[in-house]
Design a protein around this ligand. Structure first.
Ligand code: FAD
Length: 458
């Protein structure tokens, strides 16, 4: 029986249990399938494809060094499987489990059916520390669960089958031209396992030293955050390996440097949130559709003009625009910025949280369905028994960008604006920036009152 390794959002060779297990067999066929129905669903964009392409190039290089290769194709799973079946007959499929939105879950159910109808086998290995909803015990402690799991070394040598199915190609360019929405960032992160290791090493060497000092600072956090999130999302690095490395560095710092230890500890706490958020979409694959608090349904609107002004950073409110321009250009902004822009769009512009969610998912490189959609519902105040995070954008701007360095970096029209007015340029006699699409203070107070009223209603 042919052994086929199906890469999904796990584009690496180190600590890859399906690869490790399959490599014990005489030959394996490593494949990546670009599925149009998944890529055109609406939450993914061109920048994700770019990141995946770079990851695949790196992965292919790793396979070549092990005497093998990586093969790709574009198509829906059942069609690709039919071709593979014609070439190899019954086969055994190895993959990680995916924890995503309903359409990816449904695709996996279809794969399971096809495999069973054709008397093939599918070995699905756990991803992260996430438990399969309803069939496995819910996890109490994701960190302990991860630390219990083994690390799987990359196999030294891999043998390919003698015949390669004609539906597959080792020319990665064959999938690069797949058409998908969205612009590429001007400058941003590059995908791949090697890049992930470089980023992790640079973080542990020195970047982490100001991790918590700069965590909310838009101008500085790009220098002190790990920037590892896209590498975790696309599986260029395993969360388990990252957890173990962080723990090792923490132990080294424990005796030697209290301040540095506190900075890395803050990072350690955050990476532990990852799995609990991914668990949220495993438990509720309609997290992007069903509002957790239906009392707010109907109050937010579909306003594509305002949504477009928000997306392109043209609201006239400098902090929001600078964040969105930075995001368009780089594919990354920090947590506080994400929370502020999401809350502004959902709670002040009163845009439908799902519309805002798609815009932002398309823009950040690290779009991870569980984290993203749970955060969108959180920022829109839809989590029962939790407050509505209403950020006063002007206050945030003055607090986290007091000298306007971040605003000036992304909005050159404001480079000579007086610092005390840069956050509210409409107060300058001749506003050098575009007029705001809303009267901010009035709108903020009005929507705040409406949202609080709903939140406190029975
Ligand atoms: C509206 C909104 C949407 C978001 N969407 C995503 C998303 O799609 N993908 C994503 O990875 N993060 C998302 N986040 C969480 C967070 O902003 C990013 O994880 C973080 O900014 C990524 O940068 P970093 O890798 O430098 O993070 P670091 O601060 O260095 O943290 C390291 C890792 O810890 C985890 N982590 C950190 N903060 C959080 C958090 N608040 N919740 C869950 N895990 C966290 C992530 O895996 C992250 O890569 C979102 C936040 C908000 C408010």
């Amino acid at each position: 029986m042919q052994h086929i390794l199906w890469f999904k959002k796990d584009l690496r060779v180190f600590d890859h249990q399906p690869l490790f297990t399959a490599s014990k067999e005489a030959s394996i066929l490593p494949i990546y399938i670009l599925e149009p129905s998944i890529w055109n669903y609406g939450d993914l964009s061109n920048r994700h494809l770019k990141f995946v392409m770079e990851s695949l190039i790196d992965l292919q290089d790793a396979f070549k060094q092990k005497g093998a290769d990586l093969f790709v194709t574009v198509g829906e799973m059942e069609d690709v499987f039919e071709h593979l079946f014609k070439t190899y007959g019954r086969f055994k499929l190895y993959s990680h489990r995916e924890h995503g939105l309903k359409h990816t879950y449904d695709r996996d159910i279809r794969v399971k059916k096809w495999i069973s109808d054709h008397h093939c086998e599918w070995l699905e290995f756990p991803s992260f520390a996430v438990a399969r909803y309803s069939s496995e015990h819910p996890r109490k402690n994701f960190k302990e669960e991860l630390l219990k799991q083994k690390i799987y070394p990359a196999p030294k040598k891999i043998c390919l089958p003698e015949v390669i199915s004609s539906i597959l190609s080792n020319q990665l360019k064959d999938i690069e031209h797949f058409h998908i929405q969205g612009d590429l960032p001007l400058n941003g992160l590059h995908g791949g396992e090697k890049e992930a290791i470089l980023k992790a090493n640079a973080f542990f060497k020195s970047r982490y030293k100001k991790y918590n000092v700069y965590i909310n600072k838009p101008y500085y956090s790009i220098q002190s955050s790990s920037l590892l999130s896209p590498y975790l999302t696309w599986g260029n690095i395993s969360i388990k390996a990252l957890q173990i490395s962080t723990k090792r560095h923490l132990l080294e710092l424990e005796q030697s440097n209290e301040f540095n230890h506190s900075q890395l500890k803050a990072f350690h706490q955050r990476i532990q949130w990852h799995c609990s958020f991914v668990q949220a979409v495993e438990n509720d694959p309609l997290l992007h559709i069903n509002s957790r608090d239906i009392r707010f349904e109907g109050m937010r609107i579909h306003d594509y003009e305002k949504l477009e002004a928000f997306r392109t950073g043209k609201t006239g409110i400098p902090f929001i625009d600078a964040c969105m321009i930075a995001l368009n250009q780089t594919g990354w902004i920090n947590f506080k910025q994400r929370a502020t822009v999401a809350s502004f769009a959902c709670n002040t512009l009163l845009l439908d949280w799902r519309d805002v969610g798609y815009v932002l998912a398309n823009l950040w490189f690290d779009y991870e369905p569980g984290i993203h959609w749970l955060q969108m519902q959180t920022q829109a105040g839809l989590i029962p028994h939790s407050h509505i995070p209403l950020y006063d954008v002007i206050k945030q701007s003055k607090m986290h960008d007091p000298d306007g360095l971040f605003i000036k970096k992304y909005i050159p029209q404001l480079s000579t604006a007086p610092i005390h007015l840069i956050h509210e340029p409409w107060l300058i006699e001749n506003n050098p920036y575009i007029s705001p699409i809303i009267s901010y203070r009035e709108m903020f107070n009005m929507t705040k009152e409406r949202l609080y009223k709903i939140k406190s209603s029975k």
